[in-house]
Design a protein around this ligand. Structure first.
Ligand code: ADE
Length: 263
């Protein structure tokens, strides 16, 4: 292995992008950045980008808002205007996999758009002219994020279970997350998704768009989702109470461990 070049120390590290759709899904991240020192907020394309250091890691933190277009536009801005090294997305999702329960965590290994359908011109789910339907998350980043989730559950899982009045500790799953411009909230809709994509673990509204943009620009990405509901008729109520009462605790706990390990 060659010795480090003398000028390497002077080259500033490119920041990591940390994004979520809604403010509750970012937890205490912006407050932690503010507490850690200089924070610069840049407004660009109707979004605020907070630039600074969190838990020792240089970051750009922002809210995408909801849906695939919002997520893709934000990921593109993070890459082009802020030159981020990688993109990490945190938030909640509906559970789809048979063993995925409310309070569990799903870390994406791959992502796809469940509402992409240009058939019969192209196979269902395939992104036309890209020839792909599934986009992989970056393996090393995903492993680090899953490790942060495991540490979080080891250290705070028992307290979380007590808060939900459940006996079992939350589980960390890894696999397919599916995204679409719909809040899925009926047994019929979630059954159709399960039938079409039997390995899907969770459904949300942004992840696959971010994964596609990152793939197209060669930027690593990782996505973590806490399960707020099971995408059935109870989903709207479960989603709102989970989002307002619990989602921030998960994001703060996971991101603190993930960023401190990088920092
Ligand atoms: N995010 C959280 N729950 C969801 C659901 N049921 N459908 C789509 N996105 C979600």
């Amino acid at each position: 292995m060659s010795a480090p070049l003398p000028f390497e120390a002077a080259i500033p590290r490119r920041p990591l992008a940390v994004m979520a759709a809604l403010p509750q899904e970012l937890g205490d991240l912006v407050a932690a950045m503010r507490a850690e020192g200089g924070i610069e907020t840049v407004t660009h394309g109707k979004r605020d980008y907070h630039v600074g250091t969190v838990h020792g890691a240089p970051c750009v933190v922002t809210l995408a808002r909801v849906g695939k277009v919002a997520a893709a536009a934000t990921a593109s801005a993070l890459i082009h205007a802020f030159d981020v090294e990688a993109v990490v997305f945190t938030g909640v999702a509906g559970g789809v996999g048979p063993t995925v329960r409310i309070g569990d965590i799903v870390v994406a290994e791959s992502l796809m758009q469940h509402d992409m359908d240009a058939s019969p011109l192209f196979p269902r789910f395939e992104v036309p002219l890209l020839g792909m339907s599934r986009f992989d998350a970056d393996a090393p980043l995903t492993t680090a994020l899953a490790a942060a989730c495991e540490h979080f559950i080891d250290e705070e899982g028992a307290a979380l279970s007590q808060r939900f009045l459940t006996e079992a500790l939350p589980t960390v799953h890894r696999g397919l997350i599916i995204s679409g411009d719909q809040f899925v909230a009926s047994a019929t809709s979630v059954d159709l998704l399960r039938a079409a994509l039997p390995d899907a673990l969770a459904v949300e509204m942004e992840g696959a768009a971010i994964a596609q943009v990152c793939y197209e620009y060669g930027v690593p990405c990782a996505i973590v989702r806490t399960i707020s509901d099971t995408a059935d008729a109870h989903a709207p109520v479960s989603f709102v109470s989970f989002l307002t009462e619990i989602a921030g605790t998960y994001s703060s706990g996971i991101l603190r461990r993930f960023l401190a390990a990088r920092g």
